[in-house]
Structure formats: C-alpha cells, structure tokens
Design a protein around this ligand. Structure first.
Ligand code: AMP
Length: 201
C-alpha cells in the first residue's frame, strides 16, 4: 500500500483570524488519513520512553489523546484560563494570531516525567514554547514535540532554540498550497527519517 498523501487533506483558507489558516478538519474526517497520522506520530516517538503526552486545547487534544493511547501512556491537558479546578500553574503567551493564558493542574506532572508535547500545528512556536515552560516549571522533562503541520515560513523550529526534538508530518514552506512538503524532524540526538519515507509499503 502506498503512503497516504496527507498534504492533500489539508485545506488552505486564505483569510481567517487575519492569517493564512490551515484547516485540519478534512484530514480528521478521513479515517485513513487520521489513523495514518496518529500511527506515524506514535511510531516516531515509540522508543523515547515517554511517560506522558501533554497537549493544549482544543485541536491539540484531538491529536494528542489518540497518540497517548497508541503509545500506551497517560495524557495531561493544558487548558485555557479558568477551565481547570485548582490548584493550577499558569502562563501568559502569544501565538500567531492572539495572546492567551494557559493552565495545567499543579499535580499533573511528576518530577522527572518524560514528556511528549503534541499539537495540531507549529506556527511561530509561541504555544509550544509556553507549553514546554509550563511543564518544565512543574519538574517535567520535555523530550520531544510532534505536530501534524509545521508552518516552516514562520520559523517556529528556530524560535524553539533547537532545544527539543521536533517532528512534523507536513511542512508548509510558504503560504501557498503548492509549497507543502512532507514533514521534517530535527533536534538534539534524533535520527531523522522523512515522514514520506516512513511506512511506505
Ligand atoms: P503558534 O503559537 O504561533 O505556533 O501557533 C500554534 C497554535 O495556533 C496551534 O495550536 C494552532 O492550532 C494555531 N494556529 C496558529 N497559526 C495557525 C494557522 N495559520 N492555521 C491554523 N492554526 C494555526
């Protein structure tokens, strides 16, 4: 079976929230594409001894929870301000099109837990960095980050200082649809294989 062309399942919306918006809902609706994504992400991180997957609401949950399930590890949600019962740790942050405050249960992470951060999309990297800081503040060790989509033209990977292993399934090199590539990975201590090379049968 040929590897699925995940790029064809991503919808480019020229103007939404003031940016070129990449809509993942057609990909989620496609049962083969969705399953393929979850499996590819889980396979990539399977040997990293992950204790917990952490994701931010809401689109992060859609991807992060099934990846945690596939890896056989627990899942911890990061939520917008006021959604979690006390006690919580919180952090203000900025992403591509808005600023917000995020929170996590103070007792959700054990000191030394090996954390995998999963989100739907890496844009400027503001969200990913905020998530990592929140987890690290509670004593967790962020081992790696995984995304369905990376907006390469916003250089989120560089903003994250090369500090984390980062793996994405689709990389948008510009705001144009024809500039979508298969995903990339980079970071300290990772042996990289392109998403397009994985799972080809
Ligand atoms: P950032 O903090 O800039 O990396 O933004 C990442 C978060 O914002 C992700 O959780 C995405 O869901 C959302 N996001 C940011 N920019 C876009 C975009 N152009 N299209 C779709 N989602 C986006």
């Amino acid at each position: 079976m040929f590897a699925m062309d995940l790029k064809s399942k991503l919808r480019r919306v020229p103007e939404f929230k003031g940016v070129v918006f990449w809509d993942i809902t057609p990909l989620l609706k496609d049962r083969v594409a969705f399953k393929d994504c979850v499996k590819k992400l889980a396979d990539h991180f399977r040997k990293m001894d992950i204790d917990v997957v952490v994701s931010i609401e809401a689109r992060g949950f859609i991807v992060g929870a099934p990846v945690a399930h596939e890896l056989g590890v627990g899942f911890v949600p990061i939520r917008k301000k006021g959604k979690l019962p006390p006690r919580v740790a919180s952090l203000d942050y900025r992403k591509e099109y808005e600023a917000d405050t995020i929170e996590i249960r103070e007792d959700a992470i054990e000191h030394g837990d090996r954390i995998l951060l999963i989100d739907d999309l890496l844009a400027t990297g503001g969200t990913a960095k905020a998530n990592a800081h929140l987890v690290e503040r509670l004593g967790g060790k962020v081992i790696a980050m995984g995304f369905l989509v990376e907006l390469g033209y916003l250089h989120g990977r560089e903003y994250l200082d090369g500090k984390y292993d980062i793996y994405s399934l689709i990389n948008c090199k510009s705001t144009e649809s024809h500039d979508m590539m298969d995903g990339t990975c980079s970071g300290p201590g990772i042996s990289c294989m392109k998403a397009s090379q994985k799972g080809r049968g």
